[in-house]
Design a protein around this ligand. Structure first.
Ligand code: MG
Length: 308
């Protein structure tokens, strides 16, 4: 049984990329089974041991919003936040930032919306007012020496509004970066993007002076497009990719078991292209299989299934 792809590289691609693992936060947040904090801590440890250098640990939103992550403080106390170069937590407001600082977190992520409807539904703010809500969080986080990543949701389609204009995404992305975020993660929250669309959005950002070093892409595999979209983004210079181990986490806005692009699926593609990820694929598959047992379903990842 073949355990690794044959390496055939492609000119113009990076030698190394960053995989930003979202399984413990974005993945588990969308799983029904509530896991014990020890299991989550072991998950984070195993992901770091498998070579992932960026692992988003949890979310400091109000426990009532996301019951799965209500144990955030306990989890942050149980994991070594210096084990990997980046171990961010999601923070919605200044109260969340206070909790992050108290827990010794070194990087936070805020989450904005590219559409009016999702801003109102997810943040209870208008599209315009969301920036004012996040501004003091980012300013204070920076003053405390924390790195800040900005997520932008619904960049390629919105479940209520349908199509989202490229110009609108470019404008919102620019505003998030202007708050002081060092990285902008473009979310295809419902997984509807296709490669030409990815090229249009990234081209729009480049046209207003945003560099691809500032960009991460967060693709969902709802319609099977995530790997094509990731390759398209990488050919345009993107080197940071959000994925979840095993493809953990369904999609809350579509009747689909498929959520985040699976870390294993992206790794197989990158390793075949001769691109260094630092990830030990066998160790990762073992971790995803173990986690699948914890949440009571098999991994959505095709590579994890083939290698398990
Ligand atoms: Mg996601």
């Amino acid at each position: 049984m073949k355990r690794t792809p044959q390496v055939v590289s492609e000119a113009g691609l990076p030698e190394r990329v960053t995989i930003y693992e979202v399984g413990p936060r974005d993945g588990l947040q969308n799983e029904e089974a509530i896991l014990p904090v020890e299991v989550k801590a072991e998950f984070v440890r195993r992901l770091v041991d498998a070579g992932l250098t960026a692992v988003e640990v949890t979310s400091l939103v109000h426990p009532r919003w996301v019951p799965q992550l209500a144990d955030a403080e306990e989890l942050l106390a149980a994991v070594d936040l210096t084990a990997a170069p980046r171990m961010p937590v999601l923070v919605p407001n200044e109260r969340g930032l206070d909790r992050a600082l108290a827990a010794g977190v070194r990087e936070i992520a805020i989450f904005a919306s590219a559409t009016e409807t999702f801003a109102r539904r997810n943040l209870n703010r208008s599209l315009e007012d969301q920036y004012a809500m996040f501004a003091p969080v980012v300013t204070r986080a920076q003053a405390e020496g924390l790195a800040v990543r900005g997520y932008l949701s619904m960049c390629f389609g919105d479940p209520w509004e349908g199509d989202v204009a490229v110009d609108q995404v470019v404008g919102a992305g620019r505003r998030v970066l202007e708050l002081g975020c060092s990285e902008l993660s473009l979310g295809d929250t419902i997984g509807v993007a296709t490669p030409g669309h990815v090229e249009a959005v990234l081209g729009g950002l480049i046209a207003v002076g945003i560099t691809m070093e500032q960009i991460a892409v967060h693709f969902h595999d709802t319609y099977g497009q995530a790997l094509s979209n990731a390759l398209t983004a990488m050919r345009l210079g993107v080197t940071t990719f959000d994925t979840s181990a095993g493809g953990l986490g369904g999609c809350p806005y579509a009747e689909s078991a498929t959520g985040n692009l699976a870390t294993e699926d992206l790794c197989w593609q990158l390793h075949g292209l001769g691109i260094d990820t630092g990830v030990d694929l066998a160790a990762l598959v073992e971790t995803s299989s173990w986690m699948a047992g914890q949440v009571g379903k098999s991994p959505a990842s095709r590579v994890a299934a083939a290698l398990a």
